[in-house]
Design a binder for this molecule. Sequence first.
Ligand code: ADP
Ligand code: MG
Length: 347
Amino acid sequence: MSTGERVVAFAPGRVNLIGDHTDYTGGFAMPMTVGLGTEASFQPDPSAPAIEVTSSLEGEPGRIPLSIPAQPLELAMVLPEWARYVGAVVAVVRPTSGGKAEVSSDLPVGAGLSSSAALEVALALALGAEETGRELALTCQRAEQLATGVKTGILDQLAIVSGRAGHAMLLDCGTLGVRYVEVPTDELEFVVVDSGVRRSVSETAYGLREAECAEAARLLGPLRHVSPRQVDGIADHVIRRRARHVVSENARVLAFAGMLERAELEEAGRLLDESHRSLAIDFEVSVPELDELVTWLQGLPGVLGARLTGAGFGGCALALARPGVLGRRLGTRRHWVVAPGGGARRC
Ligand code: ADP
Ligand code: MG
């Protein structure tokens, strides 16, 4: 039995500073990668017809046949559930050899730091994906959609492949363009605080929100080109509110990028507060625990702004704060002070 060389890859998690539920409408978002992440290793065995996979976070291993079809219905049969992501990556990367894959991660799962995309990207690189940059992001987005059965956007995967130390990224999810913005880390701190509420993309109303935005775009055209006045003209009050979130959030992302560049931090903080209001009221993706946490954070001295981050329905809040003011206040509450890290890579 001949075995090939072991391949190891790392993919960071990401925190979205602003711009949630804009990516799947081709809008704007501003994430940065973080120091936490997922490592995947692959030891090929050309005689093996499947990939045996273990995860440091899961008790039960998975076994994915190399011939697994790239079909959501087939992937939905894979057990244990977490291995569906592995099955989907195998289906889109199509490694030529079976073998043993090991995954380990220090990212919280289902908390909005994108453990799922970190898993996809690290594994795709370990299994020998030849693409890099935005092509790799698109491949892994396809894997996420296959694994969850939801038309998820490109934000997570594009952020994770593009990360650059010291920088946040202004992502144009329509053109897949990336503009890097330096983060003035000596003047501010980004703190991610866990609400403790867990959710998974396929169990939430994510798919419904995607469909509501598609309906708004059917009425008015691509939402990134739509004005607030046009939104006011939508008759259906639910679709109108969903569109109002997307249109106003796109404008906030662009404004936030400029403020970060000019280190106008008080103003940038206020945009985070507005973003939360819009996600909670117009887009209805918050939950009481997150609203309470965000309101508490917003009231603390030295906190410039706070919002839910990620898809919502649970997960984490993000606070923009003056350095060092928050740690003490948070006590035993699970939190991470995050600094902009690098991008995904083979090790
Ligand atoms: P998020 O991406 O915000 O962490 P998701 O609901 O999108 O939340 O993805 C979480 C799911 O991804 C988990 O339920 C699990 O199935 C899978 N997952 C992510 N990281 C790992 C890992 N290291 N090991 C096993 N499964 C993982
Ligand atoms: Mg995810």
